[in-house]
Design a protein around this ligand. Structure first.
Ligand SMILES: *Cc1c(COP(=O)(O)O)cnc(C)c1O
Length: 377
């Protein structure tokens, strides 16, 4: 939803071209909702969702920690005021020299998902704490994270045993249930796996202490989603079910759920046309598309709410597309998007729920279009 502050900003500042406007008050509200929903979990904001310095500074001030995927993200979190203890290097795919650089910067918590990565961490960050990521099904997620990250739980036992033998601190297990996870029960299976790994390693004399429960918390797009509180309840019950009264330290890493609904993109209609006199659907071309920041419309996975100045007029489905000369730059076609029939060239529209995964996905200058501008207010 566009807040009054965002609407006032757009109305008074009249920013030129497509741009994202983020309301920090909403980010703060979201942070507090996570803290209340899971009071015993540390919050590690997933920086990749939106690394705007204003957002990182706000969250650092509120006591957030940070999940970073690269040295550059680590430096951004440090610049925002986070101490190294409050930063994890959560990418399972790292160059050894980047691990060494992070170690120099004081980072001591690293993600791994194979013995090969453990070897790198042991060499470049001796004595560091590592957690092993396990695969999840990704079921129930609208933006699943596939099989790229994590290993099966049986392999996690070997990975952590190897880490221990190389002098690292085998700290725990991590997983990610898939982004825009709309099923509050999705954490249950992964927590069962985690508990099993804890048990097996305990028999080998290795005591794990941490479960990193990842992100996945949704943003409301066109459909309602459960509240942070509902996720918190369900996750706490799953922790109880699988760990009994020996619940470990836990971390959550919200990205989308922290910033998605805090941002709105202002865009403009560039062209409305049809492909033939009998074409059923109009084509509506915007000044922003897949390469301008709306990459998550890939496979039409994320369907953003769109507000137009002509809402209330009769609606008809349209094919919605971006402005570049690439035929992949179509946002919604398989399932056309209903927009007012009176929508016309020059109309300004608002694309809501775009605070996460937009500015960083925007190309530098494909076809000469500028990268997505952002205003954080
Ligand atoms: C991207 C990512 C997140 C954030 O996921 P959301 O679904 O946006 O909450 C959290 N943890 C890791 C390791 C990630 O890669």
């Amino acid at each position: 939803m566009a807040t009054q502050r965002i609407l006032d900003f757009i109305a008074t500042r009249r920013p030129n071209g497509p741009c994202l406007v983020v309301d920090l008050d909403v980010v703060e509200t979201n942070f507090n909702a996570f803290r209340k929903a899971l009071p015993d979990s540390a919050i590690f904001y997933a920086v990749k969702a939106n690394p705007a310095p204003e957002i990182l500074r706000l969250l650092a001030g509120l006591g957030s920690s940070f999940d970073c995927a690269s040295v550059a993200e680590i430096e951004m979190a440090l610049d925002a005021g986070a101490t190294p203890r409050r930063i994890s290097f959560g990418n399972t795919i790292k160059k050894e020299r980047d691990i060494a650089r992070a170690h120099e910067l004081g980072i001591s918590l690293f993600a791994v998902d194979c013995v090969e990565e453990v070897e790198k961490v042991a060499r470049a960050a001796p004595g560091a704490r590592v957690f092993c990521r396990v695969l999840t099904s990704g079921e129930g997620a609208e933006w699943p994270l596939s099989r790229k990250f994590g290993c099966v739980p049986a392999m996690a036992v070997d990975v952590l045993t190897h880490a221990h033998s190389l002098g690292l601190v085998a700290t725990g297990i991590s997983f990610h249930v898939g982004s825009q996870q709309t099923d509050t029960e999705a954490w249950d299976g992964a927590l069962a796996d985690a508990a099993q790994v804890f048990g097996t390693l305990a028999e080998r004399g290795i005591t794990l202490t941490l479960v990193n429960m990842g992100g996945g918390f949704p943003t409301r797009y066109l459909k309602d989603v459960p509240s942070a509180e509902a996720y918190g309840r369900s996750i706490f019950e799953a922790l109880r079910r699988h760990f009994g009264n020996r619940i470990p330290e836990t971390i959550i890493e919200p990205g989308r759920g922290m910033v998605g609904d805090a941002g709105v993109i202002k865009a403009e209609v560039v062209l409305v046309s049809r492909k033939s006199a009998t074409d059923e659907n109009r084509w509506v071309f915007l000044d922003i598309g897949k390469f301008g920041g709306l990459a998550e419309t890939m496979d039409e996975a994320i369907r953003y709410p769109i507000v137009t100045p002509r809402d209330g007029d009769r609606m008809e489905p349209c094919v919605l597309a971006g402005p570049t000369c690439d035929s992949a730059d179509v946002l919604y076609e398989k399932k056309p998007y209903p927009l007012p029939i009176s929508l016309t060239v020059g109309d300004e529209i608002l694309i809501e729920g775009t605070g996460a995964y937009t500015t960083t996905y925007s190309a530098v200058a494909f076809n000469g279009f500028e990268p997505l501008k952002a205003y954080v207010i």
